[in-house]
Design a protein around this ligand. Structure first.
Ligand code: NAD
Length: 77
């Protein structure tokens, strides 16, 4: 499949986060929890816990929860 340029990226979040995302940008789960910005957690708790223990073996490393997740297509209805 040919990648569209520019490539749209999607991130779902609770609407109550929009003001602080506009102010501070999108934070990783690690930073959103640490800074107190995460007000309504709509992520799956089991998946999020796994991401905290899944280490990234390349680049700057850390855990998957140290990165911001995106989708590359809208969710199907
Ligand atoms: N959110 C997505 O678009 C998305 C995309 C693909 C996969 N997933 C998967 O879903 C699971 C849960 O993901 P998640 O959505 O809980 O994301 P997450 O685990 O990164 O949790 C961080 C939360 O903080 C919010 N946040 C980020 N910056 C903020 C700011 N400045 N102010 C206030 N809130 C801010 C995020 O929107 C999110 O709700 C994960 O397994 C993830 O891989 C999520």
């Amino acid at each position: 499949m040919k990648q569209p340029v520019p490539t749209p990226r999607y991130h779902f979040t609770h609407a109550s986060h929009l003001a602080s995302i506009m102010k501070d940008g999108l934070l990783s789960d690690t930073d959103a929890v640490r800074s107190g910005s995460l007000m309504v957690d709509i992520g799956n708790a089991d998946i999020k816990e796994r991401r905290r223990g899944r280490m990234v073996p390349i680049g700057r490393g850390g855990a998957a929860s140290d990165y911001v997740p995106f989708y590359f297509a809208p969710r199907a209805r």
